[in-house]
Design a protein around this ligand. Structure first.
Ligand code: ATP
Ligand code: MG
Length: 456
């Protein structure tokens, strides 16, 4: 990565303004098996992974009651079952998990047979959703192991590590070590009140460090989306990234182009939705991931020219404003609004300030489609959002205003921009009140068809 020091205002964003990750790597935390870590290519195999059991560090009242019920029913039926993954990491970091996942030795059909309120989902990667009430889902996955990397086919580069099939059942240990980062591989045993740790994840949580399980170069080549996950977790949880993982991010960044493009879009959206996208995207830019995924945006930020530089600063400020508003609302914006905030300035620069924003967006989106699959419904809405935003930007309230998801979204974009520029919100508040009072078009006329930003 170019640096681990937050940038100052004269180059891209301001450090204190940006609230960037602190990159703490706490070497004072005693490490039980540092020697293993320093052996860079040590494969995570059965032989060198004795499980470490840790008790007394989890407040079990923070584990969801329904998730605990599912685990207990599975274990009473004779299966192994654990609360796993991100929720255990979040509890240890002092956060409140947003969902609870369970891993078990039971096959999907066996889980389905135990829970009346359940359904099997996915055709290839089959999981069971156990439903509670109207909208609560506990996801139960059968232990899987990392598939053998396929031998290269004709046309593949030698040593191609990309995983194309990850649906092979395994045991608990195999399921732990196939996961991406050590902090995401903690299993909780509710019977014995112990964490099971095969990957030194507990140490890394305490050291607040993101480390891959095994060689980061291999793990990123197997699944390049993990690179976006690394910067997302670093930003969201304010964690440091281990130096070898930073090096691998930079070295394997071009592999992002080998990942399935819809997954790249989805994981970019996960970054934008979380309320900490500015920090994650700064890391993505610093490691060169942004240049691979969205070269126009990275170039705008990289560019040293005075006029462009102020636009680059605005990009970071808008992302910071987006985070602030997302946190204040308590829910995330639609993908269309998130993409409009992220991409507006890059599109504007790339289109040579084309005043036809719908055309500019559509041309720009086609130019990046071979890198990241921005769905058509999203790109079309971005064009309309930016068009309406430009019309409303003067603050004058149009006489024939309609209330649609697009007009409401355009007002949100103006609010984010005003916040980013440190401007008064008075004009935006007046616009918002006018849009709320405006009639919804019924029946929907042709020009407003598709003006809905469906929540996801
Ligand atoms: P969040 O709280 O943001 O959802 P999470 O850790 O729960 O974080 P998920 O995407 O929900 O992330 O994935 C659940 C778990 O599945 C992860 O904690 C990790 O153990 C595993 N996992 C997810 N994606 C990958 C991947 N690409 N490679 C390996 N393991 C993965
Ligand atoms: Mg999750």
């Amino acid at each position: 990565m170019k640096s681990q020091v937050p940038p100052n205002e004269s180059s891209p964003p301001a450090a204190n303004d940006l609230d960037l990750p602190s990159f703490r790597i706490d070497d004072s935390v005693p490490s039980a098996d540092v020697s293993r870590r320093s052996r860079k290519n040590a494969p995570p195999t059965r032989e060198n992974h004795g499980v470490r059991r840790i008790s007394g560090v989890i407040d079990e009242s923070l584990i969801d009651d329904d998730a605990a019920r599912v685990v207990k029913k599975l274990t009473r039926a004779g299966f192994e079952a654990y609360v796993v993954g991100g929720c255990m990491r979040d509890i240890l970091l002092g956060g409140r998990p947003k969902d609870f996942d369970i891993a078990t030795s039971a096959r999907p059909e066996e889980v389905r047979a135990l829970f009346r309120n359940s359904r099997i989902i996915g055709r290839r990667f089959r999981l069971v959703h156990v439903l509670f009430g109207t909208d609560k889902i506990i996801e139960v996955a059968t232990f899987r192991r990392s598939p053998q990397t396929e031998s290269p086919e004709d046309g593949d580069e030698p040593g191609d590590l990309l995983i194309r099939n990850d649906n092979v059942f395994g045991d608990a240990h195999e399921d732990a070590i196939r996961r991406d980062f050590t902090i995401n591989a903690l299993f909780y045993d509710l019977d014995r009140h112990e964490i099971l740790d095969w990957a030194s994840g507990y140490e890394d949580v305490r050291a607040r460090t993101i480390r891959t399980i095994g060689d980061p170069f291999v793990r990123f080549r197997e699944d390049p989306v993990r690179m976006l996950r690394a910067v997302r977790f670093a930003g969201k949880l304010d964690l440091g990234i281990a130096p070898d993982v930073c090096d691998a991010l930079v070295a394997t960044r071009e592999d992002l182009l080998k990942a399935a493009r819809p997954r790249l879009f989805e994981d970019t959206m996960r970054i934008l939705r979380g309320g900490t996208c500015r920090r994650s995207l700064w890391l993505a830019w610093d490691a060169g991931l942004l240049a691979v995924l969205l070269p126009d945006l990275a170039a705008l930020i990289d560019d040293g020219q005075e006029s462009t530089r102020s636009r680059a600063t605005l990009v970071w400020r808008k992302l910071g404003a987006l985070d602030a508003v997302t946190k204040a609302r308590g829910t995330h914006f639609s993908d269309e609004i998130l993409c409009a905030v992220l991409l507006e300035d890059a599109i504007w620069e790339a289109s040579g300030h084309d005043r036809d924003r719908v055309r500019a967006v559509s041309e720009w989106v086609s130019s990046v489609l071979d890198r990241i699959a921005i769905p058509r419904r999203v790109s079309e809405a971005i064009g309309r959002l930016l068009h309406v935003k430009a019309k409303l930007a003067g603050g004058k309230i149009p006489s024939r205003l309609v209330r649609s998801d697009i007009t409401e979204g355009a007002v949100e974009l103006l609010a984010i921009e005003a916040l980013a520029r440190g401007e008064s919100m008075a004009k935006v508040d007046a616009l918002r009140a006018a849009v709320e009072a405006a009639p919804r078009p019924t029946p929907v006329p042709r020009e407003h068809r598709g003006d809905s930003l469906r929540p996801r």
